[in-house]
Design a protein around this ligand. Structure first.
Ligand code: C2O
Ligand code: CU
Ligand code: CU
Length: 509
């Protein structure tokens, strides 16, 4: 199937209005529904799932410190849209096929509202998982203003539920940020990037199993990672956006299952990155290229004021899949993300990008109470399939990560494999200390780490708050964080969703 790029305009996400505003909290209801969505003018409608019947879900915008209560309602059918592998943990035949739980990614949130994978619920809360606590989730939003996102997290089927469409953006704002004068209103645009594949009839395609599966594989069977043939931004395939000759702020989220994007503008102009996962950077950084892993967010300013009216600028992708050793994208299809069409400016551009954005207080290594090693492992299951793990444990194994409330810890993420894994930790925003190359061969033989070079500092765009970090192969990636302000059960995991489901996820208490 081929589809022409840059045919449809970029849809702008809608901001969800609360159902009620009370004195001390705001109340929302968000319903998950099955519906038909059009991904491209030349493609028949596609049956999908979405929050409030939208793809992506509506954007939720809150003020720092505003207490928000959300009732997440599952009104989905009983049958799943996509093939379920019942052999993987938490996804047995005895489970309701359609079960959901909403996680607010990047939020500092109490455990009962954290969207733990075992807190799932089926339609009308008829059946609930062992960690289900309540129907209305509470978000205190006591954290830095940031671009967060909400998505499904049900144990064993997260990859399918998110791919079916259950994802949306959540923005926390405050006065300090508003006073900076950054581009705002219609010049501040969320971009939610995903990749999808379709059958000829327009229905969503997700592989039942790997290509040429050995006979012993179950069917359906989980695959090591999904990549789609089409790049979708805000629900349209390769859309275009008319931009005035001025500055724009784009909050970019990679909500893909496995695909990384290495983004550039084909006009040769740079991005001015102002924020990362957990909020603004201390100072803007100018970069020609940004690599965004699944679940990461980058907040960028693009200045079109020097671009001639009538010029078309393409946001391109050169990231290989699996990242960063697999096949490069096709420059005519998956190497394209979207297009900007420059038109003349309405009025003057009053926006600015201050040299100083906000204070990012760096943790000091000496404050750390404990250093933990987290190994990224791959093994084979009883069918001979790849299974990914953390610390050589499966998800159901005992909890070994149990920091004390308020403690600062350093985690050393040890990647002796060949792929980059985006590792995400719930509850906290962390800082990246460095990445240190080590002798992988010696490590695999003796289990000892011998560093082979100097620590590499985080990239300029990674020097703020992060909740997801690219753990490079052959490197020990060190992050530092404080475990607060809640106690309870959370998880951490790889955000390649096929890895997360099988079985690169662990509890954190
Ligand atoms: Cu974005 Cu545990 O998730
Ligand atoms: Cu998360
Ligand atoms: Cu992974």
């Amino acid at each position: 199937m081929t589809l022409e790029p840059f045919v449809d305009p970029l849809p702008l996400t809608r901001t969800l209005q609360p159902k009620e505003r009370f004195k001390c909290f705001t109340y929302y209801e968000v319903t998950m529904k099955e519906f038909l969505h059009n991904f491209h003018s030349n493609l028949p409608n596609t049956r999908v799932w979405g929050y409030e019947g939208e793809i992506p879900g509506p954007t939720i915008e809150v003020t720092q410190g505003e207490c928000v209560h959300i009732k997440w309602i599952n009104d989905l059918p009983d049958r799943h849209l996509l093939p379920i592998d019942h052999t993987i943990h938490g996804s047995g035949e005895d489970m309701p096929n359609v079960r959901t739980v909403v996680h607010l990614h990047g939020a500092e949130v109490e455990p009962e509202s954290g969207g733990h994978p075992e807190a799932w619920f089926s339609r009308d809360f008829a059946q609930c998982g062992p960690r289900f606590a309540h129907t209305v989730y509470k978000y205190s939003n006591n954290q830095k203003p940031a671009t967060l996102w909400y998505h499904d997290h049900a144990l064993g089927i997260t990859r399918l539920n998110v791919y079916a469409g259950l994802a949306g953006m959540y923005i926390i704002r405050n006065e300090q940020e508003d006073s900076l004068g950054l581009p705002s209103g219609k010049y501040e645009i969320p971009l939610i990037i995903q990749d999808k594949s379709f059958n000829e009839d327009g229905s969503l395609f997700y592989p039942r199993t790997v290509d040429n599966p050995p006979s012993e594989f179950p069917n359906p069977s989980i695959i090591p990672g999904f990549v789609g043939d089409f790049i979708v931004v805000n629900g349209k395939i390769w859309p275009y956006l008319e931009v005035e000759q001025r500055k724009y702020r784009f909050r970019i989220l990679n909500a893909s299952n496995q695909r990384f994007y290495r983004m550039r503008l084909d006009s040769g102009q740079p991005f001015v990155q102002i924020g990362s996962d957990g909020g603004l950077l201390q100072r803007p950084v100018t970069v020609d290229e940004i690599t965004i892993a699944p679940a990461e967010r980058v907040d960028v300013i693009i200045d079109f004021s020097e671009q001639p009216v009538g010029s078309n600028i393409i946001l391109t992708n050169t990231a290989r899949t699996p990242f960063d050793f697999g096949a490069p994208p096709d420059p005519n299809t998956t190497g394209l993300i979207m297009q900007f069409r420059v038109i003349s400016r309405e009025g003057t551009d009053e926006s600015q990008v201050p040299k100083f954005l906000t204070t990012v207080k760096r943790f000091n290594e000496s404050e750390s109470k404990r250093t933990r090693d987290i190994t990224l492992d791959v093994t084979q299951d009883r069918y001979g399939r790849l299974m990914f793990m953390l610390n050589d444990h499966m998800y159901i194994d005992k909890i070994t990560e149990n920091p004390m409330l308020g403690d600062i810890e350093i985690w050393r993420i040890i990647n002796s494999g060949i792929a980059v894994h985006p590792i995400h930790i719930h509850l906290v925003q962390f800082q990246i200390l460095d990445r240190i190359p080590f002798d992988v061969e010696a490590y695999n033989l003796k289990g000892q780490i011998r560093f082979t070079g100097d620590p590499e500092p985080p990239l300029p765009g990674e020097q703020g708050w992060k909740d997801t970090v690219q753990a490079f192969p052959g490197f020990v990636t060190r992050v530092i964080m404080r475990f607060a302000p809640y106690i309870g059960r959370y998880v951490y995991h790889c955000h390649i969703l096929e890895h997360e489901d099988y079985d690169m996820s662990a509890n954190l208490r």
